[in-house]
Write a protein that binds this ligand. Structure first.
Ligand code: AP5
Ligand code: MG
Length: 222
């Protein structure tokens, strides 16, 4: 299986779709947001920098991302392909990623963008709940994504909590960062003929089917 990169605005479904693809094709799901949220719990200078940056919705400094990504992609579980959720996030990171791929003798693979209406995103942001124990993701505003018992994870019984950047103010900044810094990446990858566009407005299953069609070669390269 080739590597997969998901690019999409905040709360568009990158994590949800990556987890489904991880399960179906047995590929590691590497979410830079999840990794950074873990490091942000540390009682250290970097921990404190990350807590502040993540809650504001701004991007973390590029230099911090490079070592983190190269170390993770060097692990053995990435040898047969992996899913990148949240990296690269700007053209600078994409250029650095090209160098990392060369060093690791890996290929770019698929770049999949989830296109979605901005109106839908705010609903997904405010409704998202995450299990503090196992990380399973729910949404109170989507019938198929709600937990069976209020505030409780279906899978492990853990308590559901809200991410501290899941508020309207931080969302506005995250969305603006996406438009200004991440969207230019689409041209970068389009020119290389590796960009695939998926309509992210549908249900989780509808979006997943489009992705499977691409990975199983029934989609079109734009
Ligand atoms: P990150 O964690 O990547 O946040 P994000 O890009 O804002 O994306 P989200 O995780 O919020 O959304 P998602 O697309 O994964 O959606 P999900 O599947 O959960 O990054 C966080 C921060 O880390 C950044 O702001 C930045 O500071 C830093 N960072 C990370 N990478 C970086 C980098 N490379 N460089 C610099 N800084 C970096 O879905 C959302 C909700 O909707 C869920 O509740 C889900 O259940 C629901 N849902 C999903 N799909 C559907 C559907 N089809 N229908 C209905 N509901 C759905
Ligand atoms: Mg995510």
């Amino acid at each position: 299986m080739k590597n997969i990169i998901f690019i999409a605005p905040p709360a568009a479904g990158k994590g949800t779709q990556s987890s489904l693809i991880e399960e179906k094709y047995n590929l590691p799901h590497i979410s830079t947001g999840d990794i950074l949220r873990e490091v942000s719990k540390e009682d250290s200078e970097i921990g404190s920098y990350l807590r502040e940056t993540l809650s504001s919705g701004s991007l973390v400094k590029d230099e911090i991302m490079y070592d983190l990504i190269e170390n993770r992609l060097s692990k053995e579980d990435c040898n047969n392909g992996y899913i990148l959720d949240g990296f690269p996030r700007n053209v600078e990171q994409a250029k650095k990623y090209d160098e990392i791929l060369k060093r690791l003798n890996q290929e770019l693979g698929y770049v999949i963008v989830l296109e979605i209406d901005e109106k839908i995103l705010e609903k997904r942001i405010t409704g998202r709940r995450i299990c503090e124990k196992c990380g399973a993701v729910y949404n109170l505003n989507a019938a198929s994504q709600q937990p069976k018992i209020e505030s409780t994870c279906d899978q492990c019984g853990g308590r559901l909590q809200q991410r501290n950047d899941d508020n309207v103010e931080s969302f506005k900044n995250r969305y603006q960062q996406y438009v200004e810094k991440t969207e230019p990446l689409l041209d970068y990858y389009k020119q290389q003929g590796v960009l695939y566009v998926v309509n992210g407005n549908g249900t989780v299953d509808e979006v997943q089917q489009q992705i499977i069609n691409i990975l199983e070669k029934r989609g079109g390269n734009i």
